[in-house]
Design a protein around this ligand. Structure first.
Ligand SMILES: C[S@@+](CC[C@H](N)C(=O)[O-])C[C@H]1O[C@@H](n2cnc3c(N)ncnc32)[C@H](O)[C@@H]1O
Length: 247
């Protein structure tokens, strides 16, 4: 009995995700959340997008879900609790100016901003910025841009020291992100010596990982893969270092 309870407490994000896959959203959501020691803080459902923000009644941790996909998890102080985000932060640790594509609750943007970095955070859903500021402690200093990631890359004339790519619809990277010129667009927005860190919610030999590696290599990046194993699912971070020009 005791072990059942502790499993539910420890992995309640996973249980919620499984439940959300089979349950129509509504009153059941609130009941299941309460059973799992969670409280719903925010609900958004416009037909195309279902976002929920939960708070643990045990330790104040907060969770941002789109459908059944967990996008952001922070503790009661707004500190990131997802392993792949921690790793992305480490891979971008030396970079002062960072472009963040895909914001959700903004855990990575908050992490970089709190260490003194400057962040430009892009998301195609403008509600994400309100949610991130209200429930996830996204600092005022983070510049928020409501735009499609690809359109933004095509139109901006600015450059950054690093770019983090964490763009998902549900659990999938939108196919538009694999446009033939994506590598060149990322190279264009990076200052010389800049780094791109791209999150894939899959293993290193998966098809999306291979596509990201190929796109970065085509644009002249030197690539390295970092697998991240976590209880909520496996990720692969693909890091692209710009090579010095041979001219
Ligand atoms: C996994 S979440 C990002 C989590 C975030 N990096 C963090 O630190 O908490 C993915 C985000 O990508 C956004 N997104 C999906 N398609 C997009 C697009 N075409 N352009 C910009 N953002 C997009 C979603 O709205 C969602 O907020």
């Amino acid at each position: 009995m005791m072990s059942c309870i502790s499993i539910a407490v420890v992995n309640r994000a996973g249980i919620l995700a499984r439940w959300r896959r089979i349950s129509p959203l509504g009153v059941w959501d609130d009941i299941v959340a309460a059973v799992l020691f969670m409280r719903i803080l925010h609900k958004h459902d416009d037909g195309a997008r279902k976002v929920r923000v939960y708070q643990s009644t045990l330790d104040g941790a907060r969770f941002y879900y789109e459908g059944s996909a967990l996008y952001t998890q922070v503790d009661g102080n707004g500190k990131n609790r997802l392993k792949y985000i921690t790793m992305m932060g480490e891979l971008l640790a030396e970079r002062h100016d960072v472009l963040m594509l895909g914001t959700a609750g903004g855990a990575l943007a908050t992490k970089i901003s709190r260490r003194g970095g400057q962040v430009t955070a892009v998301d195609c859903w403008d509600g994400a910025f309100d949610v991130a500021r209200r429930w996830f402690q996204l600092p005022d200093e983070v510049e928020c841009v409501h735009a499609d990631a690809l359109d933004f890359l095509r139109t901006t004339a600015r450059q950054w020291d690093g770019v983090a790519i964490d763009v998902f619809r549900g659990g999938e990277i939108p196919s538009a992100m694999f446009a033939g010129d994506i590598g060149l667009l990322l190279a264009k927005v990076l200052r010389p010596g800049g780094v791109a860190v791209w999150n894939v919610a899959d293993h290193p030999l998966s098809w999306p990982s291979e596509r990201v590696v190929a796109a970065l290599k085509r644009a002249g990046f030197k690539t390295a893969l970092t697998p991240v194993l976590d209880t909520d699912g496996d990720n692969t971070l693909i890091v692209g270092h710009q090579q010095p020009s041979r001219l």
